[in-house]
Design a protein around this ligand. Sequence first.
Ligand SMILES: *Cc1c(COP(=O)(O)O)cnc(C)c1O
Length: 357
Amino acid sequence: MEFNLEYLVRENIKNLAPYSTARHEFSGDASVMLDANENAIGSPVALTINELQEQLNRYPDPVQTKLKQRISAIKGLPVENIFTGNGSDEAIDVLIRIFCEPGFDNIITLPPTYGMYGVAAAINNIKVKEVPLNAGFQMDIQAIADAVDEYTKIIFICSPNNPSGNSINRQDIEVILNNFDGIVVVDEAYINYARQKTLSLQLADHPNLVVLQTLSKAWGLAALRLGLAFAGKEIIQLMNNVKYPYNINIATQELALQGLQNIEQVNAWIRDCIEQRNWLENELNQLPYTQKVYPSDANFLLVKMTDANNIFKYLQQKGIIVRNRSSVPGCEDCLRITVGTENENRILIDTLKAYTA
Ligand SMILES: *Cc1c(COP(=O)(O)O)cnc(C)c1O
């Protein structure tokens, strides 16, 4: 007998390119963090450890009823149409495990887009068919139709899209919803910043629709790890059957409930962020090495620059961290810059103005 790890590990896990977050790639000290699309201003929660203390010895509510009732009131959706997950990432994984047979089925993603769809598929040994967005970062409907085969179970559409920032045309999404008989996941992580309306109120028209949202961005609660999925009640029931029983811990349930009381504060922050985004776009456009600032419906900007790699390194030396996307197909020479606080944005622009090639 000889223990051989290589021999034991599944082939798809051996070959896995794991998800790399902005914080995997940078762990030093930085004064300005504009790399992870967080709400830079703050969180709407006043931490109350004392209230939590009494509940720590008990298992938390496995179906998160109070939390879902609050989300239901805010979103105008019945509780039975709501799933809460350990980040949107749990919802993505659970959906793949529900619908895709390992080694047989496939999903379609639309790059450049959020990396977790592909990573979750790879972990589950599900093939990914990539159908690139066009030059305007919109869907190529015909190419998607051509890519669909009998084993295609899920199409992931990210709108507003990360890292390009634009919303995907609503009519195109409806064409996919009406013509694809698998699941269509519309990831609305950035919907609070968008001009476009959420699709979550269209669930009755589309039994194959799943909408993802999160408390990690506009709600300022990335550290709590709370993702939302909205779908028909049969799909939500399947998601509840597959998730870990106590997937949302008590601290997250209680603190999220608190945060969700402060909707006025969050809405004010969203307005501030959009104002800052417009200011930043204007300033970036005046820099000599900016080639293009892509239109954004999110809390970040994708910026094409001559010398992007060097500018990225220069900013890092100055303690300003942005996301370098220049090696991503479709985002050549691009940096993705999160809208920070007014002060952070000014520091960024002043620092960029001082850059010389
Ligand atoms: C940030 C982000 C999420 C959020 O993920 P969580 O796991 O909820 O923090 C989901 N989708 C996209 C496209 C994102 O950019």
